[in-house]
Design a protein around this ligand. Structure first.
Ligand code: NAD
Ligand code: DAU
Length: 342
C-alpha cells in the first residue's frame, strides 16, 4: 500500500490516523480529502511533510472530484462524516448528505477502479445497552457488550445515517465484490477533539470559567478509547483484515458521565461538585460497551493507551497549552448549547 486517501483527515480522528501513518509507515503517501466543515481544521495537519501528505479541500459527495482522485489510490480510508449527535437532532440533512450520499459516492468510485475501501463507523449503530447494575451478574455475561453479530438499532439521525452507510458498504461487498472492511469503534478522546464533544467541552468550560454541563443525571455510560489506539486498530484492519468483515474497536474503558466530569474537575484542581445538570439529550443512549475480542484474537491488535486518568491528564494539558486552537469557536458553541438549555 503506497498511496492512500483519508477522507475527513482534517478532523479529530482522521488527522490522528494521518499522523499515525506518516510517523509509522515511511513508504506510504497520504491524500486527505476534506471539506473543512466547522469540524475540519488545516492546523490538525500542521508539520506533516508536503511530499508525503497532500490536502484536497472538497466534498466526498462530489462524484467528479472523487472519481478523479480515487483512480490513482491503493486504498480509501473513510473517516469523513457529520459526527455529532446533538447537531443531528437540530438539523439532520447534512448527516444524510455526507454520511449516506458521501459514502455512496466513495464506494461507487472504489468499485469502478477496484480500490480497497475501509469504512470507519461507530458502535452507535447498535443502539444502546442496559446499565450493568440492571443486568444479572452485573453485565459480565455473554450478549452484554456489542459484537459484530449485534442487530442494528440506531437511535439518532447521526447513528441512523452511519448505520445506513455501513449497510451500503456491506451490500457493495456482497453484490459488487467491493474490497471493503468495516470497523465500529466506541467513544474516542484525546487532543484535537472538537469542543462541542463531551470531554473537551468540559475542559474548555473550566479553562473559560464556565461550569461543566452534565446531561440529565449523568448515569449514561460510554466506553472510552484513546484516539491513538483507534488509529492503530484501523491500520491493523486495513492491512490484515479479511475482506467483507466487520471489526469492533474498543479498549474496555466504560465510565459513566458523572464519574468522567468529576475526574476532569479533580484533575483540574476544582471541587468535584462544581458542575451543573442541564437538559438531557432527546433519545439519549444509555450505555455503549464493546467486545473487541475478534480484533484482538484474529488480528493481534492490543490497545496501548488504556490508563484513562493519564490520558485525560495529557488531554487537559493539551487544551491548556493550545488555547488558540479552540478559543475562536468557544462562544458560538456555548451559545448554541444555551439555546437548548444545555
Ligand atoms: P469530526 O467531526 O471531528 O471530523 C469530521 C471530518 O470530516 C471533518 O474534518 C470535516 O471537515 C470532514 N467532513 C465532513 N463532511 C464532509 C464532506 N461532505 N466531505 C469531506 N469531508 C467532510 O469527526 P471525528 O470525531 O473525527 O469522527 C471521524 C469518523 O469516526 C466519523 O466517521 C465518525 O462517525 C467515526 N467515529 C467517531 C467516534 C468518536 O468518538 N468521535 C467514535 C467512533 C467512530
Ligand atoms: O460511541 C461513538 C460515538 O461517540 C461517535 O460515533 C460520535 O461521533 C461521537 O460524537 C460520540 O458520541 P456521543 O454522543 O457518545 O458523544 P458526546 O461527546 O456528544 O457525548 C458523550 C456523553 O456525554 C453522552 O452521554 C452525552 C453526554 N454529554 C455530552 C455533552 C456535549 C453531557 O453530559 N454533557 C455535554 O455537554
Amino acid at each position: 500500500m503506497q498511496h492512500i486517501i483519508v477522507t475527513g483527515g482534517a478532523g479529530f480522528i482522521g488527522s490522528n490516523f494521518v499522523h499515525y501513518v506518516i510517523n509509522h509507515h515511511p513508504d506510504v503517501k497520504v491524500t486527505v480529502l476534506d471539506k473543512l466543515t466547522y469540524a475540519g481544521n488545516r492546523a490538525n495537519l500542521a508539520g506533516l511533510p508536503e511530499n508525503r501528505c497532500e490536502l484536497i479541500v472538497g466534498d466526498i459527495a462530489d462524484a467528479e472530484l472523487v472519481d478523479k482522485i480515487v483512480k490513482d489510490a491503493d486504498a480509501v480510508v473513510h473517516y469523513a462524516a457529520e459526527s455529532h449527535n446533538d447537531n443531528s437532532l437540530k438539523d439532520p440533512y447534512p448527516f444524510v448528505h455526507t454520511n449516506l450520499i458521501g459514502t455512496y459516492t466513495l464506494i461507487e468510485a472504489c468499485r469502478k477502479y477496484d480500490v480497497r475501501f475501509h469504512h470507519v463507523s461507530t458502535d452507535e449503530v447498535y443502539g444502546d445497552l442496559p446499565l450493568r447494575e440492571d443486568l444479572p451478574g452485573h453485565g459480565e455475561g455473554e450478549g452484554e457488550k456489542f459484537t459484530d453479530k449485534t442487530p442494528y438499532n440506531p437511535s439518532s439521525p447521526y447513528s441512523s445515517t452511519k448505520a445506513g452507510s455501513d449497510l451500503l458498504v456491506k451490500a457493495w461487498v456482497r453484490s459488487f465484490g467491493l474490497k471493503a472492511t468495516l470497523s465500529n469503534c466506541s467513544n474516542n478522546y484525546g487532543p484535537y477533539q472538537h469542543i462541542e464533544k463531551f470531554i473537551p467541552r468540559q475542559i474548555t468550560n473550566i479553562l473559560s470559567g464556565i461550569k461543566p454541563k452534565l446531561y440529565g443525571q449523568g448515569k449514561n455510560v460510554r466506553d472510552w478509547i484513546h484516539t491513538e489506539d483507534h488509529s492503530s486498530a484501523v491500520w491493523t484492519i486495513l492491512t490484515k483484515g479479511k475482506i467483507g468483515e466487520t471489526y469492533l474497536i474498543g479498549a474496555d474503558g466504560e465510565e459513566d458521565n458523572k464519574t468522567v466530569i468529576e475526574l476532569i474537575l479533580e484533575l483540574m484542581g476544582q471541587p468535584k461538585d462544581a458542575y451543573e445538570h442541564v437538559n438531557d439529550r432527546a433519545g439519549h443512549d444509555l450505555r455503549y460497551a464493546i467486545d473487541a475480542s475478534k480484533l484482538r484474537d484474529e488480528l493481534g491488535w492490543t490497545p496501548q493507551f488504556t490508563d484513562f486518568r493519564a490520558g485525560l491528564e495529557d488531554t487537559i494539558s493539551w487544551y491548556r497549552e493550545n488555547q488558540e486552537w479552540w478559543q475562536g469557536q468557544k462562544e458560538e458553541v456555548e451559545a448554541n448549547y444555551a439555546k437548548n438549555g444545555q
